[in-house]
Design a protein around this ligand. Structure first.
Ligand code: SF4
Ligand code: SF4
Ligand code: SF4
Length: 239
């Protein structure tokens, strides 16, 4: 059954339990960091950090807001990274969950091209060019467990389950939040398996929070697909 996350940022407290649980479950090393005057730490996703709670201070309507965004791979429904790779031994979609999986074979791909294809700026490379990102905790999910980040979240911000149920939950919460925050929205809900609810403009949370017309990844990818599909059908009719 197709799986999905619903991440309700309106109840996230930036405790970073999800970030730590992700590291623990995947046995990923800590990173040496410096105090940058923000609780966002380490400063970015990396080969060893698949989940990062973004933190921004923004003034909206003359009021200061702390905006938290627990970032991870969106497990796109039509993943540009997978299409760019064109190698199912390196990047593939798990048929049981819909999650997008990377293998050690990614080291033979053009890592920079794969990274550039992602509209959310997610994959990161190691020194030898191997790529890594969130794997939906596929080993846990295959054994009937929740992803580690969802299991640990104390506020209900992280949710996981069947895709239809997550979309329904997202729509319900959006309707509630809109009563107090009219600009609340779901980010790219038809294109991804990780649906975020935000109370304000997504770009205030993080520049790559949503795929927009200016992003090269998803938008260009979908436009190209629309152009290429009829061409492919024409060619297959001719041969
Ligand atoms: Fe937010 Fe939940 Fe992650 Fe804590 S564990 S930072 S509340 S999403
Ligand atoms: Fe690939 Fe990026 Fe989509 Fe994740 S968010 S599936 S890395 S294109
Ligand atoms: Fe990390 Fe698993 Fe959550 Fe992905 S689903 S962010 S790999 S804990």
């Amino acid at each position: 059954m197709d799986k999905a996350f619903f991440i309700d940022t309106t109840v996230c407290t930036a405790c970073r339990g999800c970030q730590v649980a992700c590291k623990q479950w995947h046995d990923l090393p800590a990173e040496k960091t410096t105090n940058r005057g923000t609780i966002e730490n380490p400063p970015d996703l990396s080969f060893d950090t698949y989940k990062l709670v973004r933190f921004r201070e923004q003034v909206v309507d003359n009021k200061l807001h702390w905006l938290f965004f627990p970032e991870q791979c969106r497990h796109c429904i039509s993943p540009p990274c997978q299409d760019t790779a064109g190698d199912p031994g390196a990047i593939y979609t798990d048929p049981a969950t819909g999650s997008v999986q990377y293998t050690a074979e990614t080291r033979f791909l053009n890592a920079d091209e794969i990274i550039a294809s992602c509209p959310y700026n997610i994959p990161r490379k190691s020194a030898d060019g191997t790529l890594a990102k969130c794997d939906m905790c596929i080993d846990r999910v295959q054994n009937g467990l929740l992803p580690a980040c969802v299991q640990t979240c104390p506020t209900g911000a992280m949710n996981f389950g069947d895709k239809d149920k997550m979309r329904k939950l997202a729509d319900q919460r959006l309707a509630e939040v809109k009563k107090t925050h009219p600009k609340a929205q779901l980010i790219d809900p038809d294109d991804v398996r990780v649906i975020y609810l935000v109370a304000f403009d997504p770009k205030l949370y993080y520049e790559h929070a949503m795929a927009s017309a200016s992003d090269v990844g998803l938008t260009r990818h979908l436009a190209l697909k629309k152009m290429v599909r009829p061409l492919g059908e024409m060619v297959s009719r001719l041969i």
